[in-house]
Design a protein around this ligand. Structure first.
Ligand code: AMP
Ligand code: GLY
Length: 426
């Protein structure tokens, strides 16, 4: 098959790496990709939201399958675009319909969905400009901390956790009256703060059946010991020690199954990844959010751990045969450690040359590129999160240590990474 993968981050490099291992994949194209994906397949300079440009490319290159990395094309209706187009309708698209992608695209939609299907999540209320005063009164009587969420996509920045009522009232006003997140904050969800440990669980589904393909714990803060500003993710580990049989059974029965049944009952077409962002609150799982895509950097540990052919799983989705192919994992622990640009998550420079030591690290780490590109035959930085190194070993500590050793063979001006990924399990 000829496969087109959309996206340009570490997630896409890891997906490309996994897809290319399948004997079912003949040619792999990535749009727009990064310097790493171009080593595996062929980068194509098309915006992942430009469906018309993709159409021409797909026809010219006899594309059989499209796999979508980021959320934006999903929410923008890529599934519906391809399946409603006579020239594209035979292409297998691994994505939810636009309607189903509202699980990620609208916090209000996902909260209602969870309420309808009795899926455990934080108690909440939603407000618009019309009931602004009511919202203020709601905040004033609410316990602290309190969580404010812009309804729509806000590039991962739309969630504000407030420690004081005054801060919450200010954020509420900024979001609703001053459009802090543009139209994404025309509606605001206010919810209770859940205390616990977060974990991400990943499934693939055809909207009726599902298979769990992995889980991971992501480290979101820039500083060691989970301190400082939020980032897109500084590292990940899998498997997570507290994800034992009992907890996984609760996740399956209370969260995954009612969610898939909800999709089916509501006839929400869904052929793709579903990411459950969960909070483990004293041994009970709650949904913090749904994402309709894989996580980044979670993919960079989930894909290397999975031994099952991913393209076969995509075909199983398409042929309504999910369950036919067994999910298998490597027995080790996997860790990934992300190297970021100096200044990230604030301002940072781009186009800084990256030097990869010619001395091969004495281990089997994998280097996944995130924000990189090729400039005059030199690989340079092209984003805040630059690259991530994944390693596996019989313990989390050893896996992290291997990744750090490999990172020490790579350098660019301002490079920074956390040395404590997985710290609470070591
Ligand atoms: P989201 O964009 O929904 O993933 O939220 C970003 C982050 O905010 C999550 O990964 C959590 O760390 C945190 N968060 C969101 N909702 C809550 C909540 N109700 N209680 C505690 N933390 C939350
Ligand atoms: N690592 C979290 C996410 O991809 O949303």
């Amino acid at each position: 098959m000829n496969i087109l993968l959309l996206g340009s981050g570490g997630r896409e490099h890891a997906l490309a790496w996994k897809i290319k291992q399948s004997s079912l994949c003949k040619n792999l194209f990535i749009t727009p990709g990064n310097a790493g994906t171009n080593l595996i397949g062929k980068n194509i300079d098309i915006n992942y939201n430009d469906f018309n440009a993709q159409k021409e490319f797909c026809i010219a290159n006899q594309i059989n399958m499209v796999v979508v990395g980021p959320e934006e094309p999903l929410v923008n209706g890529i599934y519906d675009f391809y399946t409603n187009d006579v020239a594209l309708k035979n292409i297998i698209v691994i994505a939810p319909s636009a309607k189903a992608a509202q699980l990620e695209g609208s916090k209000s939609f996902s909260k209602y969905f969870m309420q309808r299907h009795q899926i455990p999540t934080a108690a909440y209320k939603e407000f618009t400009k019309e009931n602004f005063e009511e919202g203020k009164a709601y905040i004033q009587q609410h316990s602290l901390p309190i969580v404010l969420k812009a309804d729509g996509l806000a590039a991962g920045k739309g969630v504000i956790i407030c420690q004081t009522t005054a801060a919450a009232l200010q954020s509420f006003e900024d979001m609703l009256l001053h459009q802090q997140f543009g139209s994404a904050s025309n509606k605001v969800v206010i919810e209770e703060f859940l205390t616990g440990i977060e974990v991400s669980v990943f499934v693939i589904t055809n909207g009726k059946d599902y298979q769990i393909i992995g889980h991971a714990k992501d480290y979101k803060k820039i500083g060691e010991g989970e301190t400082g500003l939020n980032t897109g993710g500084m590292g990940c580990v899998t498997p997570v020690p507290f994800m034992d049989n009992l907890f996984m059974q609760k996740v399956t029965e209370k969260i995954i199954e009612p969610t898939i049944q909800g999709l089916y009952q509501e006839q929400l077409t869904y052929h793709g990844f579903l990411f459950f962002g969960l909070m483990n609150v004293n041994g009970e799982p709650y949904v913090i959010e749904y994402n309709c895509r894989m996580g980044d950097p979670e993919t960079e540990v989930v894909m290397p751990r999975l031994t099952t052919d991913l393209v076969q799983l995509f075909l199983d989705i398409h042929h309504n045969q999910l369950g036919k192919t067994a999910i298998n994992y490597q027995p080790d622990f996997f860790a990934t450690v992300m190297a970021v640009s100096g200044g990230y998550p604030g301002d940072y420079k781009k186009n800084i040359p990256i030097s990869f030591s010619t001395l091969n690290p004495q281990n089997d780490s994998i280097i996944f590129h995130a924000g990189t590109k090729k400039l005059h035959e030199q690989i340079v930085t092209n984003g805040g999160r630059v690259l991530t190194v994944t390693s596996h070993a019989p313990s989390i500590a050893l896996a992290v240590e291997k990744s750090i050793q490999t990172l020490q063979t790579i350098s660019f001006e301002g490079m920074y990474f956390r040395k404590d990924i997985g710290f609470e399990f070591i």
